[in-house]
Ligand binder design. Structure first.
Ligand code: PLP
Length: 381
């Protein structure tokens, strides 16, 4: 049996620190917007290389609130990719704006800058306000080209960095490129809490101040509401946990990179396409995603051997039922659609053991060998 992910070894490795940090919060008796949250906001913003952080209650809310403070709403368009978790697009829709999709680069699975440029040339761009690139699976999107296009068309960039805490592009961390950048601390993310959590980071003080209002009832002073904000706050217990875990993030990401290298070595010549890392980038392998035309067969074969895998994601966002009204069709984004048919995420987390990875790799090789032999045998000598 190889689980897709197991969060318990990591907890055990930091258990005493976590217990004393949470105990500190319980004993203080302050649970909302206290010292832990503001300290973690500072620490995580600094980690990303920007000035301000606003803790919120999920990655989805981080995206939604960032779009709101960017002034995006009904009648506007925001460009993103259909090859992502659906929340990237939902956050756009929640503001009343329309998500516009572009295809991806087949090597990194992230937004293809040429496709972005083509869309902008084609469309009436006056209502398009922002670009929302996703650093999918832990690999940075092609930030330089996207930023150059954004400048030319005067668009904001809001990064979806929910899968890429600590990933580096040309010496800078993701989260430091956009006007605002959004993170999720969902438990399985590279930096995850023990519940839900998220953050928007930015260098822009005005946006920062508006974000702080929007996450908490638009409250400037107690019971003085200068705009209609909701309730979307990171809580003290989660922030205390995240402060502990942030100290280990680089080490865990390094472990992920080492383990990814082991998979890649074991899978050479196996018949699957392994993830690649672009020059000048540091991939943090939120997921280890392979690609093969025989994806469904491989997944059920592995399941039969007790190996859990997942598909990120089986249905591209533009073909989700809920987006029928947008009018997209099968064939609109061929690279995205192919990856949805062919990608498979292998069991992967910083503490996965070498022998677990060996079992997975061996079974993958045997799936492809076994099949080749059976197909060939009638014709071979
Ligand atoms: C996880 C994730 C989100 C949403 O984060 P939640 O904290 O689950 O709301 C958004 N975008 C991407 C790419 C994600 O992986």
């Amino acid at each position: 049996m190889v689980p897709f992910i197991d969060l318990t070894p990591q907890y055990r490795s930091i258990e005493s620190e976590i217990l004393s940090a949470t105990k500190r919060v319980f004993e203080k008796g302050r649970f909302i917007l206290g010292e832990e949250v503001s300290a973690f906001e500072d620490e995580f913003a600094r980690y990303c290389g920007v000035r301000y952080g606003v803790g919120v209650n999920s990655g989805t809310d981080a995206l939604y609130l960032a779009l709101k403070v960017a002034g995006i709403g009904r009648g506007d368009g925001v460009i993103t990719v259909a090859n992502s978790f659906v929340a990237s697009a939902f956050a756009i829709s929640f503001t009343g704006a329309k998500p516009l999709f572009v295809d991806i680069d087949p090597g990194t699975y992230t937004m293809d800058p040429n496709a972005l440029e083509n869309l902008l040339k084609k469309k009436r761009v006056n209502r398009i306000k922002a670009i929302l690139p996703v650093h999918l699976y832990g690999h940075p999107a092609e930030v330089d080209s996207i930023a150059e296009i954004a400048r030319r068309y005067d668009l904001m960039i809001i990064e979806d960095a929910c899968q890429a805490h600590g990933a580096v592009y040309k010496g800078k961390k993701v989260g430091s490129f956009g006007d605002m950048s959004c993170f999720s601390f969902y438990p399985t993310k590279n930096l995850g809490c023990y519940g839900d959590g998220g953050m928007v980071v930015t260098d822009n003080k005005k946006l920062y101040e508006r974000l702080k209002l929007l996450r908490c009832y638009g409250e400037k002073k107690k019971y003085e509401h200068i705009l209609q904000g909701g309730n979307s706050r990171l809580d003290e217990v989660q922030a205390a946990i995240l402060r502990i875990k942030l100290k280990y993030l680089d080490r865990w990401n390094e472990q992920r990179r080492e383990k990814a290298l082991i998979y890649k070595k074991e899978l050479v010549g196996s018949g699957v396409i392994c993830p690649t890392e672009k020059e000048d980038c540091s991939h943090v392998y939120h997921l280890f995603v392979i690609r093969t035309k025989r994806r469904d067969g491989l997944q059920s074969f592995l399941k039969g051997k007790g190996i859990d895998t997942l598909i990120h994601y089986p249905i591209p966002i533009h073909l989700q039922k809920t987006y029928k009204a947008l009018g997209y069709q099968r064939g609109d984004f061929p690279i995205t659609e192919r990856s949805c048919r062919e990608v498979l995420s292998l069991p992967f987390f910083p503490e996965i053991t070498d022998s677990e990875m060996e079992v997975v790799s061996k079974q993958i090789r045997s799936f492809f060998c076994g099949r080749k032999l059976r197909v060939r045998s009638p014709f071979s000598i």
